[in-house]
Design a protein around this ligand. Sequence first.
Ligand code: ATP
Ligand code: MG
Length: 429
Amino acid sequence: MRLSAYFLPLLKESPAEAQIVSHQLMLRAGMIRQSSAGIYSWLPLGHAVLRRVEQIVREEMNAAGCQEILMPAVQPADIWQESGRYEAYGREMLRFEDRHERAMLFGPTHEEVVTDIFRRCIRSYRDLPKNLYQIQWKFRDEIRPRFGVMRGREFLMKDNYSFDLDFEGAKRSYDNMFSAYLRTFKRMGLTAIPMRAESGAIGGSMSHEFQILASTGESEVFYDAAFEELDLLAPDLDVDTIQRYYAATDEQHLPDACPLPPERLRHGRGIEVGHIFYFGTKYSKPLGAAVTGPDGEDVFVEMGSYGIGVSRLVGAIIEAYHDDKGIIWPESVAPFDVALVNLRASDTGCAEVTGDLYAKLKTAGVDVLYDDRDESPGVKFATMDLIGIPWQVVIGPRGLKAGVVELKSRASGETEELSPEAVVDRLAG
Ligand code: ATP
Ligand code: MG
């Protein structure tokens, strides 16, 4: 993509309404624009990151044996009346009527819809287990939308629903999701600490929130100092062991009952990027989602649901990866792999070498943003540092005389002089 043609509305100043750095940077870098409170348009740069985050989530869910579906954003109220949540959900639910005066709503979550699908399609224990997921926009009329995409009213969520015959199966599904979540966040460069979010009585409910430590997080969290050293993906560390380490959000943390000695207890703030929940027959019973068991008796299925805040993650990644110049994208979610900065657009030698690099990198499948604008080097560097592309290749007349260009890492700031051919080999390799 040539920057001269790219739709990238940058802002010089941080807008006054943005209180936290990720919101400020998303606006300044032209990633999003607000449409109304808590509702955003995703512009090309933001959209590219959102799609990459979404794709990592999708790949990890598929690898964990889940199947992707897509349920409607607009739902009928009657299934919510059946589950008993229609009144209980309160004002966070956006409700309206269609032209036939049928009560409808914009889905804040999808347990009812998926349970309705299940009860109409699955009748036998032989068809279990199943784990279905979607990546879909939700609407929750949050009382205080804030921090940009972190707490929006409209937001993109990945939500899974598991169906099992018995508790043992449901626990296996839960633990499978637990591990998949650790892998998913890790691929985005994030360490998410799984925190108890429910008392965890066997047969009752089990729940973990996955929290990214950040001073701007909305959750107050307490955790074992051991998490600072633990490699949660180490092959010899099983789910049960991880779940035994203490970590809890403030609602679950009771200072008097905390098993940790004071010197091991850490206290901080976190961003909730995922939430997994086992809730047994809470929806299958009222909605009548049962299968015939091995002994011929009907059994209500055991369910769990598992959410990831896909759009919130974009903000959370920026909270974790930025400096005073701007965003520093981890390579796995970056909107482009590499930026070409031509310091002298008017110089034919520079334009030729940059154009050639651009063509070769694109052919090699590298995603390139080429700054071909007639701007000063200062403006070009500031732009690239703000939008955070992991690698910058700087092409200038002085280097070209010696046959080299400069390869710079956005994260470390380290530079290296290489021939243009070596740059292609390095970035395409
Ligand atoms: P919160 O406590 O932050 O309101 P929640 O418990 O209501 O979250 P869930 O219903 O478990 O959230 O939703 C799954 C995930 O969706 C959350 O872990 C979070 O990452 C994301 N999420 C929830 N509400 C919002 C929102 N208003 N804006 C952006 N992401 C959200
Ligand atoms: Mg909420």
